[in-house]
Design a protein around this ligand. Structure first.
Ligand code: BGC
Length: 250
């Protein structure tokens, strides 16, 4: 029998959802995406999440990622989302929008990290590993033998005079039109400072850029090995679905 769950990944430009097969980590049907409403207020986003749930006629619990610190189902930061999220009890917000059903809300990078541990490269579950997702910002998940330490947010760590994510996110690469080698130099600086502070055994890197890892991984200069994530774009949704099925609420 298929163990099935439902995940929603809230991003700055799109909100994506899919039904997930929890035995394989694969989507049971193509994912569906709706553009993130503008402004992306909690009420507007909750309306989009409801639309996605209705699109799939899904009746069970729902896992939802947010690019924010989430503790006790409350959002505490808003680096790349609308400021009005700070302090919102997101558990209650989505539960109400979804007719009172069970929801689990967690940080987007934490969700992706959980998914990689379950369905990705087995090296991610061996010892201390830092999973990073490089997109608009830099998201992080700290993993020790596959167990998550949530809400680490090292994309906001100050590296020199700048925040890490302003230095080396994928959007910084795009904004400055850096080549892969030029960007890899900046990313090396950020990863070296992480290496220095946390001494992970491995970095696993997700986000769109992980599809072209062969173009930048060889240019990195650091001691810790770096591997691209295995799940590519699906990791957030899969992690959200796992959180829903297993009642993971950081
Ligand atoms: C946010 C994190 C998020 C990351 C990736 C950062 O700006 O602070 O919560 O995980 O972007 O979306």
């Amino acid at each position: 029998m298929t163990r099935e769950a439902f995940g929603v990944d809230i991003g700055g430009s799109g909100i994506k959802a899919a039904r997930v097969d929890l035995t394989t980590g694969e989507f049971l049907a193509p994912r569906h995406r709706i553009a993130t409403p503008k402004p992306a207020t909690p009420q507007a986003v909750a309306g989009t999440v409801r639309e996605l749930v209705e699109h799939f006629s899904w009746g069970g619990p729902v896992g939802i990622t947010l690019p924010s610190v989430v503790t006790d189902q409350t959002a505490h930061s808003a680096a790349n989302i609308d400021d009005s999220w700070v302090g919102v009890h997101v558990g209650a917000l989505f539960e109400e929008a979804l007719g009172g059903r069970e929801v689990s809300v967690l940080n987007d990078a934490d969700a992706a990290g959980i998914a990689e541990c379950r369905f990705g490269d087995p090296r991610i579950t061996d010892g201390p590993v830092i999973f990073l997702t490089l997109g608009t910002g830099i998201g992080s998940a700290f993993l020790l033998d596959g167990q998550l330490f949530p809400n680490t947010e090292i994309g906001h760590l100050q590296v020199g005079k700048k925040e890490a994510e302003h230095r080396a996110s994928a959007s910084a690469k795009e904004r400055h039109e850096w080549s892969y080698p030029a960007w890899a130099k900046r990313l090396s600086r950020v990863l070296r400072s992480y290496e220095h502070l946390f001494h992970p055994r491995l970095f696993v890197i997700g986000g769109g850029v992980s599809k072209h890892a062969e173009r930048w991984v060889p240019h990195l200069e650091l001691d810790t090995p770096v591997v691209p994530a295995s799940l590519k774009n699906s990791a957030g949704i899969v992690g959200a679905a796992l959180a829903a099925a297993e009642g993971i609420k950081p």
